[in-house]
Design a protein around this ligand. Structure first.
Ligand code: BES
Ligand code: MN
Ligand code: MN
Length: 461
């Protein structure tokens, strides 16, 4: 262990150089024009898996972007860990808001800035370097390991579910580990035990069959933008609750224990509001901010388009208006069920003066993972050694759709070990990974791989 940890210390510069190669590939999964970059990134991941000592490395084609697999399976007496992550990233636009180029890793103030630095290339790379340090120094890993790094997480992991169900034997394991979330705050490591789900919808309204002169026709037909605004305005009630009938029916209430635990966390609503530049926070009445973001469902309008939006003025009564509306879901809501309720309600709200279509773009199920499992105990021990501090337990508001599918298809529980930070600007300009978290993450990963067999074999404690 000593030689592994000192190896880490002496290779820090190389780690940054290599991670920057990974970050330089614009693997934006949603952009068709980046498809070749996504492919090149999959090949980079595969090559790097081989470099760090993984075996049977393969790039699997799917109907979408490739999945990269590699393993190291040498000890049938030891547990098998399945490590999941994603090499695709969100678009970097708007480019002009970046202080340094998004696809050129740049260190400023102890942070590494680039698209994907935290979500999720940096966190995938953390584990690759832990694996490398162990294999280079000890000649072998303390567990059996399988890696599956996908290229479609940011677009809903559309083809991963069928990949998993078609490769059940290949992916067979005792535990899944995912590093694609955040620590509670800087210097405060955490174990995440819950993620929200997602139902992402598009609503299209059509009024008149063409754009009209707003003088000649204004006052004769319902402007679809107005109709859309009227619909959207009815989706929440005065208490910030979602006004779709049946929406809350399957919501798992927070337990008393959870509510008490969240209140003890080092969190200030005032500071939170200040950091976000708002005078007042907003959300469902009767719940704290942490409760709302971790354990309550929400409905957000992600974008509205319609009519004239260019420079200057144009007097037009538009033919069409659209909105992208997503709902974050909590256990035990189902994405498909909620999508149906949403569609039914929108159709009911829509006035006769316009025609409306509702489509589901993608979905993912919410997840709760056990916190008293051997895997979590190993993670607690590893974080304590890697960061010198006991982690706390939290949930997250984001979604990782595959977590539930690993449980349903393979019967495997997941441990969520995040090395990002809540203010890391994921999906936004100036995304960063904190370098203390980067190096602490590599140490933690090394410790986790060593702790796991003790806990999983039930020999320990
Ligand atoms: N890494 C995030 C998930 C996440 C975000 C976990 C915040 C914990 C905290 C992931 O890459 C992501 O962005 N997921 C999407 C999923 C969606 C496209 C189905 C999300 O949450 O919007
Ligand atoms: Mn991610
Ligand atoms: Mn993401």
């Amino acid at each position: 262990m000593e030689s592994i940890l000192s190896f880490l210390e002496t290779h820090k510069d190389r780690y940054l150089r290599e991670l920057n190669e990974f970050l330089a590939i614009p693997s934006v999964s949603t952009h068709p024009q980046n498809a070749a970059d996504v492919r090149r990134c999959a090949d980079w991941v595969a090559e790097h898996m081989r470099i760090v000592g993984m075996e049977n490395v393969q790039v699997f084609q799917t109907a979408g972007h490739p999945v990269v697999y590699g393993d190291w399976l040498h000890d049938p007496g030891k547990p098998t860990l399945l490590l999941y992550g994603h090499y695709d990233v969100q678009p970097a636009e708007p480019f002009e808001l970046w202080e340094s180029p998004p696809f050129q890793g740049t260190v400023r103030g102890g942070n590494l800035y680039a698209r994907g630095a935290a979500d999720d290339k940096g966190q995938v790379f953390i584990h690759l370097k832990a694996i490398e340090a162990i294999i280079k120094n000890a000649g072998r890993l303390p567990v059996n390991l399988k890696l599956i790094i996908e290229g479609e997480e940011e677009i809903g992991s559309e083809h991963l579910e069928s990949f998993v169900s078609e490769h059940k034997d290949l992916l067979k394991a005792d535990l899944v580990l995912i590093s694609d979330s955040s620590m509670f705050k800087k210097g405060v490591p955490s174990i995440c035990y819950g993620l929200r789900g997602l139902a992402y919808m598009q609503v299209d309204l059509v009024g008149p069959n063409k754009d009209l002169h707003s003088g000649s026709f204004g006052g004769t037909v319902h402007n679809p933008i107005q109709a859309l605004a009227e619909i959207i305005a009815q989706l929440h009630d005065k208490n910030g609750r979602i006004a779709i009938p049946g929406f809350y029916k399957d919501v798992l209430p927070l337990t008393k224990k959870e509510r008490a635990a969240y209140r003890k966390l080092p969190f200030s609503e005032k500071e939170y509001a200040r950091d976000l530049g708002v005078k007042q926070l907003y959300g469902e009445k009767g719940f704290t901010t942490l409760e709302r973001v971790w354990a309550r469902p929400t409905l957000e309008c992600n974008g509205i388009v319609g009519g004239f939006t260019g420079e200057g003025a144009k007097t037009v009564l538009p033919s069409k208006a659209s909105a992208k509306i997503s709902m974050r879901l909590v256990p035990n809501q189902s994405a498909a069920k909620v999508a149906k309720l949403f569609e039914k309600h929108i159709k009911k709200l829509a006035p006769k003066s316009v025609s409306v279509t509702v489509r589901s773009l993608h979905g993912g199920e919410p997840a709760i993972t056990p916190i008293d499992s051997p895997g979590v105990k190993a993670a607690v021990a590893a974080l304590e050694k890697g960061f010198g501090k006991k982690p706390l337990y939290q949930r997250e508001g984001g979604s990782i759709p595959i977590v539930v599918q690993f449980k349903q298809l393979l019967g495997i529980d997941t441990v969520l070990l995040g090395f990002g930070l809540p203010d890391e600007n994921a999906h936004a300009p100036n995304e960063f990974l904190n370098l203390d978290n980067f190096f602490g993450g590599i140490r933690t990963s090394v410790h986790f791989l060593h702790e796991l067999p003790h806990y999983m074999n039930g020999r320990h404690r």
